[in-house]
Structures are given as structure tokens and as C-alpha cells.
Design a protein around this ligand. Structure first.
Ligand code: SF4
Ligand code: SF4
Length: 280
């Protein structure tokens, strides 16, 4: 079973829930935790896992062949990532940090003036800790397009999928392309919310996205006991999503989190029991 832990806003406690749930499930099952927040992966820190590089994520990006270019501008017209700046006198300039290697410009060029070159867009790491197998993608500094790294990490996961009872996917915050890429293929999602006005606004966005992707959602209310829980409750209700877990705001949880030790709370044990029930 592949399950996503996600959340519209950063800092709601997604990674804390994903790591603690993975550790709890791993007591009785074979579990892979996949950190697909490739811009800022930190699950290994929360579990004090020493990662080892599995492979580089290479992209075949465009390379201009200046002597062939007739400066028609067609390549810039077809680039949906705005990764090509076209000036009539100078011709095209490629901003490769924004390129997704979609090849549209190479196909569209009428005179074959765009070749290819390889760049390293990121890295994939493996590790293990607390009985959990671990994989994470990490974007190369300076690269802006995270989806290719997410997709490359998912390819490695797909080859291992049958070995595991549960794959817990920790997505980035937000509703952008790499979050969509991480969510695709998950059979259920746990959107983690906090009872604050900003948390509730962003929760609405991720619930809309999950509905669009037709992924069933079960809400997790984190930091229960602070703020106004009705704010999050109302958003979950509006989107017909129940709250399956409430994690209290406790000093002990914050201390373990800050020391890189998975949280050990009754709320996580109950959540793990529910998740095991969904698999049956
Ligand atoms: S490969 Fe795709 S994203 Fe990259 S520059 Fe060409 S059209 Fe743009
Ligand atoms: S489409 Fe080809 S010929 Fe036209 S500007 Fe781009 S690289 Fe040059």
C-alpha cells in the first residue's frame, strides 16, 4: 500500500508524521519511507539516518548549435517552462535551471539547431534506520525544476515496490508540479493540518488537489490544543474529509523532534492501527 503524507502549508508537521508513522508500522511490517520533498529533504535528519548515494539524476537538456540557428524564435514559443529567452539579434539563450528536458524545443526547431547535453539535476540516496528502509531524492543546488528528480526517485521506488507492505511518501508542501508527481500512484493521502488561519487556507488547496487527482484523503490534525481547531475542522468538513488522527501539542514531542528521534506518542500508535486496517 502506497500512502502519501502531505499538507498545503510548510511546517504543519508532515515529516514528523511520516517518519513516526513509518517507524510505528515497521514494528510489524516491511516499510519504505520515501522523502520526495526533493527541494529540502529532511526525513533522514529526523531519523538520524546516514544516507548513501545510490545514483545521480541526469537530464538530457538542450544545447544550441549556433551555426545552424536561423533565429526564428520557434523554440522559445513552445517552451512551457519559459526556459528560453529569445532576442531577435542574439537568438535563443537557455536557462537550464528551469528546463524539464521535455525536448519540445528540439522537436520544434525547423533546422535541427538544438542538440543535447547531460547535466546532473539531483541525487537519489538510500539508507535505513529504526527498522525502516529509506529513499530520498535531492535537487542539485541551483536547479529549480524538482519534478524530474521526483520522477526519477519514483522509478527506483517502482522497482522495489513489491518488497514492501507499506510505502510512505512524504511530499513537499504546496500544490505545485513536484507535489502532484509525488502524489500520483498513492492509494490514500494523509493531509496534515494545523489549527491556524494560514494552515487552514493552504489545507483547502491541498484537499482540492487530492479531489482532482481522485486520491481518498484522511485528515491529520497536528498541534491539537493550540489555535482554533474549528478553522481546520471546517475546511475538512467542506471537502468531506474526516479527521482520522489528532496529534497533541506537547513539549515532549517537540523535544524528540529537535533531537532527531521519532516521536513516540499514543496518537501515532492509533494512526498506525488505522492505516493497517485500511490495507485489509
Ligand atoms: S527541453 Fe523543454 S523545458 Fe527545456 S528548454 Fe526545451 S522546451 Fe524548454
Ligand atoms: S527554433 Fe531553432 S532555429 Fe529557431 S531560434 Fe530556436 S534554435 Fe534557432
Amino acid at each position: 500500500m502506497k500512502l502519501a503524507v502531505t499538507g498545503g502549508k510548510g511546517g504543519t508537521g508532515k515529516s514528523m508524521v511520516a517518519t513516526a508513522l513509518a517507524v510505528e508500522l515497521a514494528k510489524n511490517h516491511k516499510v519504505l519511507l520515501a522523502d520526495l520533498d526533493v527541494d529540502c529533504p529532511d526525513d533522514h535528519l529526523l531519523l538520524s539516518i546516514e544516507r548513501e548515494k545510490e545514483k545521480d539524476v541526469m537530464l538530457e537538456v538542450p544545447k544550441l548549435i549556433p551555426e545552424k540557428c536561423i533565429k526564428c524564435g520557434r523554440c522559445a514559443e513552445v517552451c512551457r517552462e519559459n526556459a528560453i529567452l529569445f532576442q531577435k539579434e542574439k537568438g535563443p539563450s537557455f536557462m537550464l535551471e528551469q528546463c524539464t528536458a521535455c525536448t519540445a524545443c528540439m522537436i520544434a526547431c525547423p533546422v535541427g539547431a538544438i542538440g543535447k547535453k547531460s547535466i546532473c539535476a539531483g541525487k537519489i540516496y538510500l539508507g535505513s534506520g529504526y527498522g525502516v528502509d529509506f529513499i530520498s531524492g535531492e535537487l542539485e543546488p541551483g536547479q529549480k525544476e524538482s519534478s524530474p528528480v521526483v520522477n526519477a526517485t519514483k522509478e527506483v521506488i517502482a522497482r522495489k515496490e513489491k518488497e514492501y507492505d507499506f510505502i510512505i511518501v512524504d511530499t513537499a508542501a504546496g500544490t505545485h508540479c513536484s507535489v502532484i508527481a509525488a502524489l500520483r500512484g498513492c492509494s490514500v493521502a494523509l493531509p496534515v493540518a494545523e489549527p491556524t488561519p494560514m494552515g487552514s487556507h493552504d489545507l483547502g488547496l491541498i484537499l482540492e488537489l487530492l479531489s482532482e487527482l481522485k486520491i481518498p484523503a484522511e485528515g491529520v490534525l497536528n498541534k491539537e490544543g493550540i489555535g482554533d481547531r474549528k478553522l481546520a475542522e471546517d475546511v475538512f468538513k467542506k471537502h468531506h474529509v474526516g479527521i482520522c488522527s489528532e496529534i497533541p501539542y506537547k513539549r515532549e514531542i517537540a523535544e524528540r523532534y529537535s533531537k532527531g528521534i521519532p516521536i513516540n506518542d499514543e496518537s501515532i500508535r492509533k494512526l498506525a492501527e488505522k492505516v493497517q486496517g485500511w490495507k485489509k
